[in-house]
Design a binder for this molecule. Structure first.
Ligand code: ZN
Length: 390
């Protein structure tokens, strides 16, 4: 079944104006001037976009799809992500990760969840490993996981500067990075090391040390939570100006923002003002991570859960703050696709996957297609997760 979207205000992510876009489950077939495409007698579903914005599906480089958290005891383990949390937000590609807990959570479970979400329609990948060093893997080491398991595209979240991490040395981190690099080269994948950066001593120093003392380039690392504190943000700006990429966390609540954390939007504005190129910045949701809630006296009173939808909200907030739509899309879709080596993602062009989002005038997803299949129409799910109750 083909779909023809007519009269879309197309962002590829570059703004190209009104276009018609023809696609199927095999990808985007052609893009042409409005009214110039004729599909003849072929069965084709037509949608008149009436000038609404058509954008690539968002790419989320960090979601705890099988649940995360647990740092407050077993009852604080967070639930799994459900399909429509992503599709209703226009997130069509995501990378699943473990976190602190690699005992009651496993890579086998993470891989199964990624496959389940793919069966339901999303494009999913995973990182092998967790916060821990030595890195836990599925097949014995990082390179083997990357070469033998299609969904494994890198290693992460390796924790640095965090009391929950394994306090690994620069030499140990270099070995992790070299295994990911070789695994990426041999399997044709990005092979990045996705790095969880805590609020501990040193911040990003260990990444610069590895790049400065070994043959591993700075670009092998993809550090996240760089908006965790003012000091880390400044370090991240320097890291990006030196050629690195930095990721800001979009899930936030009043408690995290009352701490030293900076909102992802403010962090983007600060980094851009400091001269960081749009191409070096991404946002991730950190979906299904736990978010602590504190009372006025700083006592823990509850936990909330990070949401994949925070990435879509950040996309809208960037635009309302005056960031160009193309730049907001770069930071929430195409940059992550490039960094992760996902060649068919993050762009609308002939031959790319048909992951498309038609937005309303508030820049909210109105229609969403994943791999050419309609998942959301008029802001409501057409496809629900297997266990999502109507
Ligand atoms: Zn993290």
């Amino acid at each position: 079944m083909l779909t023809l979207i007519r009269n879309a205000n197309l962002f590829t992510p570059s703004a190209v104006g009104l276009q018609d876009v023809l696609f199927g489950t095999g990808g985007v077939i052609t893009i042409a001037e409005p009214g110039s495409l004729h599909v003849g007698s072929l069965p084709c579903h037509e949608v008149d976009a009436k000038g609404s914005a058509l954008v690539p599906g968002l790419v989320d480089p960090l979601v705890h799809i099988s649940g995360g958290g647990g740092e407050g005891g077993f009852h604080t383990r967070t639930p799994e992500m459900q399909l429509t949390e992503a599709t209703l937000a226009g997130v069509t590609t995501l990378v699943g990760a473990l976190g602190t807990d690699a005992v009651s959570r496993s890579l086998e479970d993470l891989l199964a969840k990624a496959r389940g979400l793919a069966n339901e329609g999303l494009t999913t990948y995973i990182y092998t490993g967790s916060y821990e060093y030595p890195v836990k893997t599925l097949t014995g080491d990082i390179t083997r996981d990357m070469m033998l398991i299609d969904k494994v595209i890198g290693v992460g979240e390796i924790a640095i500067a965090d009391h929950r991490g394994s306090q690994l040395s620069a030499a140990e981190l270099a070995r992790v990075a070299s295994q990911a690099r070789v695994g990426g080269m041999l399997s044709g994948k990005g092979g990045i090391v996705f790095v969880h950066v805590g609020d501990g001593k040193g911040g990003l120093d260990i990444l610069s040390e590895v790049a400065g003392t070994t043959d591993i380039p700075l670009s092998q690392f993809y550090p996240t939570h760089i908006n965790r504190s003012r000091a880390l943000l400044e370090q991240g700006v320097a890291f990006a100006l030196a050629g690195g990429v930095i990721d800001f966390t979009a899930s936030e609540n009043s408690a995290t923002l009352n701490s030293d954390e900076i909102s992802a939007i403010d962090a983007v504005k600060h980094a851009l003002a400091a001269g960081v190129a749009v191409s070096q910045i991404t946002l991730s949701s950190d979906g299904n991570a736990s978010l602590p809630v504190f009372d006025a006296d700083g006592r823990l009173t509850g936990l909330e859960v990070g949401r994949v939808g925070s990435l879509a909200k950040a996309f809208r907030d960037l635009i309302s703050e005056g960031i160009a739509v193309a730049d907001a899309l770069a930071m929430t879709s195409s940059n992550a696709a490039r960094i992760l080596g996902l060649d068919t993602k993050g762009a609308i062009a002939e031959g790319k996957d048909a992951d498309l989002v038609l937005l309303n005038d508030q820049f909210e997803p109105e229609f969403v297609w994943c791999l050419g299949k309609a998942m959301v129409a008029n802001g409501l799910p057409l496809v629900r997760g297997t266990f999502e109750i109507v």
